[in-house]
Design a protein around this ligand. Structure first.
Ligand code: LLP
Length: 423
């Protein structure tokens, strides 16, 4: 696991023992390795550098829905990354982290007026438009502001590619993107609009895509439609090919980045456009763990439950998507093994991280990590059962710091109001 390795029998994040992190910051806590994030960015940009000519490198726009902590964003901004955002909140985070607005792309099927306005004010690179009513809305707001909105249309390529059906986005039945016919209609509409400039296409077929040929299948739809649009007189200057690269959760074989980069070079590059990519999970997923302490070992007639202090409110992926996450003991790793069901304290049977997982035998107070939790972990956490959001810790070599404090009960409950009529 990049960034997380055993030294002297103890699992470390970079150079820091996770036992020390637990002591300093308590559990449960998300722990990220800055080095691992940088390594992921370098692996992806390096694969593109190796496959595409130097003057045709894609703009990597990190999809910050995967992990939007501002310190994490800063690490990627320093690497030269751009940003993909899906809300006004993500725009504010990106600007706070220092991203150049010219490297920000805005996606999403339900862009709101405020969000469009703030994006125009900041001067973002483009809006990836998901419907024709959205195009009209952007035109209307841009006209009010006296700005010209640069847009591309998100093409729905009708390709099945995502891991779980809940995160597949490129099929006809999905709410995302615009069909080929409608895209042409969009370009025609935009031609007559005063404050919109249509510059190209985008696509994103899903997330944790393991059938790597799905990428190729989707890319192969581009030359034809780009050709048709150009014949109709539309300038196609930008192609945004989305995200979706998988990471390792179990013992999957990692997506062959060089094959992916070759497809970009062979199929997309010859179209002569600017190329944009929107990787999220790949940048941060394997660079984070959820650190947790064993509360109890509960034996029943035929099961051993490891009740830990992290729960489904902290990391919802196992129960929401039946997602597999590796679990490891932080110390005592070479002792005899026991088969456990690893569960959290929440009053739902779904609050289960794994069933029948064989781990070193553990006891109350021992520490464990849930692995590959850097993406879609903290950012999907909730306060269910009135549990405070966990802290986030960033480790960089031997240095470590809290990059988001554990939520206090005051913060958690401070927004609740008892109205006068029931006082
Ligand atoms: N671009 C667009 C338009 C997207 O909708 C997404 C992810 C990405 C880029 C980044 O995809 P990635 O490279 O991370 O696969 N919560 C789910 C994943 C939802 C993905 C949503 N869209 C999970 O925990 O698996």
């Amino acid at each position: 696991m990049i960034g997380f390795n055993e030294k002297d029998g103890i699992l470390h994040a970079d150079g820091v023992p996770l036992s020390a992190i637990a002591k300093d910051y308590g559990t449960p806590a998300y722990v990220y390795s800055a080095g691992a994030i940088r390594a992921q960015y370098t692996a992806l940009s390096g694969a593109m550098k190796a496959a595409l000519p130097e003057n045709r490198q894609p703009m990597l726009c990190y999809a910050c829905k995967a992990n939007s902590n501002i310190a994490v964003l800063r690490v990627l901004q320093q690497m030269g990354s751009g940003l993909e955002i899906v809300s006004e909140g993500e725009l504010h985070r990106g600007l706070k982290a220092g991203f150049d607005p010219e490297k920000i792309v805005s996606t999403g099927v339900g862009k709101q007026a405020r969000e469009i306005r703030e994006c125009l004010k900041a001067g973002i690179h483009q809006f990836n438009v998901e419907s024709l009513p959205e195009l009209e809305h952007i035109q209307q707001i841009a006209a009010q502001m006296g700005k010209v909105a640069k847009v591309v249309f998100r093409l729905n390529p009708n390709v099945t590619g995502g891991g779980h059906h809940k995160i597949s986005t490129g099929r006809d039945r999905d709410k995302f993107g615009i069909s080929r016919e409608r895209v042409i209609e969009g370009f025609e509409m935009a031609r007559d609009m005063s404050h919109v400039e249509a510059l190209g296409l985008s696509m994103h077929i899903g997330s944790q895509i393991f059938t790597v040929e799905s990428f190729k299948e989707a890319f192969e739809k581009l030359p034809d439609i780009v050709g048709e649009l150009r014949e109709l007189g539309f300038a196609i200057e930008r192609l945004d090919i989305g995200g979706g690269f998988p990471i390792i959760y179990d013992d999957e074989k990692l997506l062959d980045l060089s094959a992916y980069a070759r497809w970009v070079n062979d199929i997309v590059e010859p179209l002569g456009t600017e190329i944009i990519m929107e990787p999220g999970r790949y940048m941060v997923g394997n660079a984070g763990v959820l650190l947790s302490e064993v509360l109890y070992v509960k034996e029943t007639k035929d099961r051993s439950f490891l009740v830990i202090d992290a729960a489904m409110n902290d990391l919802i992926r196992p129960t929401l998507y039946d997602a597999y996450h590796g679990i490891e003991a932080v110390s005592g790793r070479d002792t005899v093994m026991t088969t456990y069901d690893v569960v959290g304290p929440i009053c739902e049977t779904g609050d289960t991280f794994s069933v029948g997982r064989t781990l070193p035998t553990m006891k109350t107070g021992d520490l464990a990590v849930i692995k590959s939790a850097g993406a879609y972990g903290f950012c999907m956490a909730s306060n269910y059962n009135t549990r405070p959001l966990p802290p986030e810790i960033l480790v960089d070599g031997d240095k470590h710091a809290v990059i988001r404090e554990r939520q206090s009960y005051e913060d958690l409950m401070g927004g609740d109001i008892i109205p006068d009529f029931i006082k």
